[in-house]
Ligand binder design. Sequence first.
Ligand code: FAD
Length: 457
Amino acid sequence: MRATEHNETVTIVGAGLVGSLLAVELARQGYSVEVLERRPDMRREVIDAGRSINLAISTRGLYALRQQGLEEEALRHAIPMRGRMIHPPKGSLVYQPYGKDDSQHINSLSRAWLNKFLMSAAEESGRVRFRYRQRVTHLDAKTGVLTVVDEATGEERREEGRVVFGTDGSGSAVRQALEQVQGFESTQEQLGHGYKELTIPAGPGGAFQMEKHALHIWPRGTYMLIALPNEDGSFTCTLFLPWKGPVSFESLDTPARLEAFFEEQFADAKALIPDLTEAFFARPTGSMVTVKCAPWHAGGKAVVLGDAAHAIVPFFGQGMNCGFEDVTVFNRLLAEHGSWESLFGALEKLRKTNSDAIADMAVENFIEMRDSTGNPRFLLEKAVEKVLLNAFPGTFVSRYSMVSFSRVPYRLAYEVGAIAGGIVSELSEGLTRAEDVDLERAGRLIQERLVPFMKEH
Ligand code: FAD
């Protein structure tokens, strides 16, 4: 669709990561854009940027930024993480590379920096107007009329019926309005775990106090701690714990219990978090939810993208990457469709199956990260996987590499990953060292199972 033909202004609800990137793209296509955001402008006021201090951006997210000429600058602020550094309860650290070599890595990036960067890039187009402290409370899905509350004055008003893009996150008001659409269904599954962020400060002279180029994990069965590096030498740690139970946010209710728990389970991290008790009891505990819904749109009046359409748990580091990929696909469809309604329908058709797949993989990865990363059999299988990735480049692929280092649709990555995982498991049977894997048998299994499946798709 050509904006110049329509001279159209559209509304985006939510200036988070996905909404801000979408604004950049719509402006580039010639639309005038008004963005309604309930929070103040984070470039002018210090506010909590939201759901995590830093996040991992990988191939899909970087590709979306590249389409807007924004990748290079983002990478200047990112720290490559080339593998997982596992911290067992006792004994030495174990390092597992993420990819076949160091060129395959994920990147740690500040959420606040990225959000501000995208808002500024959108504004620079001269076509985007951000309006802050504007909370959308209702949308009439038939007319597109929005009810908006100005958080500064408390005044409520109605905004005329433009096309509305709901990028207002997992608790989306726009998604709630889609309930007016016949046949609309949505599910929300809360994870039984919450999360708390803690900080390992930089050492003297801004030095990193642990390996800089790794995502650190302390897997402990039903719970875990992770840490991602920040540009200033610090690490942001995230503790994932059940809400209730013998070891839970509920049970860690006194400084003495918390200290004893960290001393026993995460002694090396504890030594690096000077304000552990203070931060733990002062900072909020976040919740995590998987949201699936359909349809994603009300005719040609409104559509949801990003977490508003498909919130997922953070254990594959793909929520934002998936939301950015929505924008990539949207861009392509914009050139192909003549009406919003057909474009929104096509977007849902292409994206829903894939966002459902990454939602399921993210839940499965939670179990892998907290449980299996500390298990010798898992470590052996990961090492065998790496041998196969190098021995059969382009023919053997793993789920992790397809999700993080390619733009293969998530659904396909899920299915191919299951076949590849089965092959690795079979080949690891009875092995003690990955180097001893039977490459001839591996080649046969890959030819028999993986290659025909890939050809079919
Ligand atoms: P959001 O970032 O939630 O933005 C929504 C915006 O809408 C916000 O600015 C909000 O203020 C605004 N808003 C909400 N309601 C209204 C309203 N009614 N009116 C007006 N404005 C409104 N993803 C990754 O890819 N990699 C990671 O490593 C990663 N780590 C994560 C770690 C944690 C602990 C969590 C919780 C998530 C993580 N994610 C990660 C997921 C990622 O945070 C989300 O997928 C991403 O933020 C989605 O972007 P969004 O713009 O769709 O939604």
